[in-house]
Design a protein. Structure first.
Length: 266
């Protein structure tokens, strides 16, 4: 069994649907002519500021969707982004297909939506958000809203979609669902989870994090889903079995671990 390299770079709190923990693999240009300048990669998601007001009885998805600019590539180096202070025209990519284009601008203000309803938002999230200028009916969507990608939110959400600032959408690595050969990935994923969430705590009766760290049993972290490429790389989705009230604690910052986490293994 060859050794595998796991990322320690985590995207916490940007995805409505999951916490993304991964090292970005090299991004293949798909055009006959190479793209010049910086390339940005992000994702469309339902707006967390509206999701926070929803509940399990709400039968319709929230009105607003936003784009999070997650990564940039300038030359050969990938970097994570905290925000993007410019307008962008994005190509929406899914399963090697171009679903259309979406235009965005930087989020105008942390506490005010594009519609005028005021909703509280963390400064980190508000800074990362790009407001969508394209009409809602023209923003691509896949499937029906549901709970599959809801993460810690107890309401239905739309499926997240990847966006790229260049018209790159094909899938030269042929990513597919993987069900076999995952046994060797369990231990390195556990190690990466522990390095990412160094202080994991269960809740007391009031739903507040306990003062003591939870010594997570080896059998507690499970692989929910996995994707494999033709380059022997994997995207692994994990979830704690007892995940109903668990937090990752980093000083005063809490990360709700009720949802799932993703790791890149290459």
């Amino acid at each position: 069994m060859r050794s595998r390299d796991l990322s320690r770079t985590c995207f916490l709190g940007f995805s409505t649907l999951f916490i993304l923990c991964m090292r970005v693999p090299s991004f293949t240009q798909q055009q006959a002519q190479p793209q010049l300048g910086t390339v940005y990669v992000g994702f469309i998601q339902d707006d967390r500021r509206e999701l926070a007001k929803e509940g399990p009885d709400d039968s319709h998805p929230v009105k607003n969707r936003v784009i999070i600019a997650a990564f940039s590539k300038d030359g050969t180096a990938w970097k994570t982004l905290d925000g993007l202070n410019q307008n962008v025209r994005w190509t929406v990519a899914f399963d090697g297909k171009n679903l259309g284009e979406v235009e965005t601008r930087p989020n105008p203000t942390p506490g005010v939506m594009v519609n005028p309803d005021r909703v509280d938002a963390s400064l980190t999230y508000a800074h990362a958000v790009q407001a969508i200028l394209t009409s809602a009916n023209s923003v691509p969507a896949i499937g029906k809203p549901g709970y599959e990608f809801a993460g810690a939110f107890e309401t239905i959400v739309r499926r997240p979609l990847v966006v790229v600032s260049a018209p790159n959408f094909r899938d030269p690595d042929h990513w597919k669902r993987a069900t076999a050969g995952l046994t060797e990935l369990i231990q390195p994923v556990r190690v990466a989870f522990g390095e990412t969430y160094q202080h994991v705590r269960q809740c007391d009766a009031q739903g507040e994090p306990l003062k003591q760290d939870w010594q997570i049993p080896r059998s507690e972290l499970g692989i929910v889903k996995a994707y494999a490429s033709n380059k022997d790389s994997f995207l692994i989705q994990t979830q704690l079995k007892r995940h109903q009230c668990v937090f990752g604690v980093d000083g005063k910052n809490l990360t709700d671990l009720k949802g799932t986490q993703w790791f890149f293994v290459g």
